[in-house]
Design a protein around this ligand. Structure first.
Ligand code: GCU
Length: 610
């Protein structure tokens, strides 16, 4: 069953040159650069049997010595009337990018499998020596990426950016970019098989082309060393530069201008003190424009300067105690029927709802959100808990699973480490207390510290009760010893007894660290009213909040909370007819943004909180 064509020889040559594209973790600082967007309608082919990826012997076409043109990434056409090509992207249907496929077409609502995406584009204008990078904001969950029939590489993880250098593969016109996107869940995945959120598949964030000069600024980092002495330090990393390459770093508003020289590895460190530095905070989200010039490359960015630290049971922002008036948020905007946030205005609406609630903090659950969320949080003065989807029952002994989790953590930190709003990196949510899990997560905590020594590390743990006194709730988890704040989820009143149980529960958190309640809450269907003893009424949820807040407020060292959750969100775990209908109803807002009675209880608690 061979269907060689004369093109196969070309394909053979290209694949012999199998192109291992340079896929780094750095974000290339794409957000503030000039880019060419590849957003819009992409042709797609739904491929539940992976027919465009494997031959009939289940051998991957892109690993075959003589790949057949029936491989979808070849984007082939019939050349003669007798050619046998059983697909045609030009005549195929389309999906919009960025966006999940589940809410673009009812046929794909529950779809878990592969969908092929194809985009034709012309090469952007560039000088001979310029480099061209192809950047993806995120693709859920696995992306196999091909350009003009050549495999660029694979990315695994649905919520972090990645890129490939494509300079040498580009044609002047009519380039064929093909992705196989596969959102199937797997035991070894991160997240794994079971989650309480919708498994939105697709190219869910922006795709961009970035043209960079031969010597360019690959990355930079910057931090305020101390709020008191206002000393700032950082480093700049150049690509393709020679030793001694001059770099000019400036903060015009502070009248700072430093001339630096890159070391052999392209790196240059810097520091300065600015006594007149205006510190960033929720009350004053001051951002400064920074500029970096190296050769022909010129990068500008907006940066806030602040410190976050703990002192005993106190959480300190710029050396002053702060209480985190938070709320948890999923990256979903279903108010217009959609799914994953795919436009800046939707991200802004979620954060504005949080601000209206009285929040100065958001827990972006349970995975890295899009970069707009973080940039908007910088602008609006909202502190951020950022986490990776190491959720519930991860395959703790699987080395690939660990490498995947660590890579997602790396990509998340390298994208957002210059954002003042991000104060906490979290490595997991509600994981079981057992040796293999604690070893897995301890290594992730160490990895965070190796990348960023300026922020706090935490993880959403679970609570237990004292063995000899079930009215005393405790946190007994070896992870609590190594994180900076003791964070845990507790559901007294919903999963654990009824709301009245709050009245008779004491808390003993035996760690000399700040205590953060990363989740509590209960469900209510907006507009369903009854007495407080009727589950799913707004009154039940309201009573649950009143009693939980009274109970939690007594905890010694309480530094904040992020109740679960701002907005009702889709989950395949929530089918209850007439009430849930695929939505988790623990939102303080319905998916349309309608305020439930409990919303006002939390809003009052925050407004009264000094
Ligand atoms: C858990 C989990 C959330 C989930 C919530 C719930 O704590 O962290 O992801 O949605 O409980 O059951 O509603």
């Amino acid at each position: 069953m061979k269907n060689y064509t004369k093109n196969s020889i070309t394909v053979l040559l290209l694949n012999v040159l199998f192109f291992t594209a340079l896929m780094g973790n750095e974000s290339l600082q794409v957000y503030t650069r000039e880019t060419v967007s590849l957003s819009g309608n992409w042709n797609i082919i739904v491929d539940p049997y992976e027919n465009g990826f494997y031959n009939y012997r289940w051998e991957p076409f892109d690993q075959m010595e003589n790949p057949w043109l029936s491989a979808f990434f070849m984007d082939a056409r019939m050349q003669t009337s007798t050619d046998l090509i059983e697909y045609n992207f030009d005549k195929a249907e389309t999906l919009f990018v960025p966006g999940d496929w589940n809410t673009q077409d009812p046929r794909f609502y529950y779809y878990e499998g592969s969908i092929w995406y194809r985009k034709k584009f012309d090469a952007p204008g560039k000088k001979e020596t310029d480099k061209v990078y192809l950047y993806f904001g995120a693709v859920n969950y696995r992306a196999d990426v091909y350009l003009n029939g050549v495999k660029l590489g694979v990315h695994i993880g649905g919520f972090t950016p990645f890129h490939f250098e494509i300079s040498d593969l580009l044609k002047t016109n009519n380039n064929s970019l093909v992705l196989k996107v596969d959102n199937k869940r797997s035991k070894e995945g991160v997240p794994t098989l079971n989650t309480d959120w919708w498994n939105y598949g697709g190219i869910t964030r922006d795709v961009k082309l970035v043209v960079l000069p031969e010597v360019f600024i690959r990355d930079y980092s910057i931090k305020l060393e101390s709020a008191e002495n206002k000393k700032v330090s950082g480093s700049i990393l150049l690509e393709n530069c020679s030793e001694g390459q001059e770099i000019v770093f400036s903060v015009p508003e502070l009248k700072i201008k430093l001339k630096l020289n890159a070391a052999q590895n392209g790196k240059a460190n810097f520091s300065f003190t600015a006594k007149n530095l205006d510190l960033w905070s929720p009350d004053n989200p001051k951002l400064y424009e920074i500029n970096i010039i190296a050769g022909e490359d010129n990068l500008s960015d907006l940066v806030g300067f602040r410190t976050i630290s703990v002192k005993g049971k106190q959480l300190l922002l710029n050396d002053k105690p702060i209480f985190l008036k938070g709320i948890s948020i999923h990256e979903e905007f279903a108010a217009e029927g959609g799914g994953r946030v795919n436009e800046k205005r939707k991200a802004e609406q979620l954060l504005d709802w949080a601000l209206e609630l009285g929040c100065n903090f958001v827990r972006l659950a349970h995975y890295p959100h899009n970069e707009d969320m973080i940039r908007l949080a910088d602008n609006k003065g909202i502190l951020v808990w950022s986490e990776i989807p190491v959720y519930w029952t991860i395959d703790w002994t699987n080395r690939e699973t660990f490498a995947n989790a660590r890579n997602q953590l790396t990509e998340n930190i390298l994208r957002d480490r210059n954002r003042a709003s991000v104060i906490i990196w979290s490595v997991s949510n509600e994981t079981p207390v057992r040796p293999d899990r604690t070893s897995f997560l301890t290594k992730l905590v160490e990895h965070v510290h190796s990348l960023d020594d300026t922020r706090l590390v935490s993880t959403a743990m679970e609570k237990h009760y004292k063995k000899d006194d079930p009215s005393v709730a405790v946190v007994e988890d070896p992870l609590a010893e190594i994180v900076d704040i003791v964070s845990y989820n507790q559901y007294i009143g919903w999963y654990d007894g009824l709301p009245a149980k709050c009245d008779t529960t004491e808390w003993e958190i035996a760690y000399e660290k700040p205590v953060f309640i990363s989740e509590f809450g209960g469900g209510a269907k907006y507009g369903y009213h009854g007495d407080a003893d009727t589950r799913w009424t707004e009154e039940f949820q309201e009573d649950l909040y009143i009693r939980n807040l009274e109970m939690l407020d007594k905890i010694d060292g309480l530094c904040g909370m992020s109740p679960w959750i701002l907005v009702d969100f889709r989950s395949p775990r929530r089918p209850l007819a007439e009430i849930q209908e695929d939505f988790n109803r623990k939102g303080l807002l319905s998916e349309k943004g309608e305020k439930k009675k409990a919303y006002f209880i939390l809003q009052k608690y925050y407004n009264d909180k000094k």
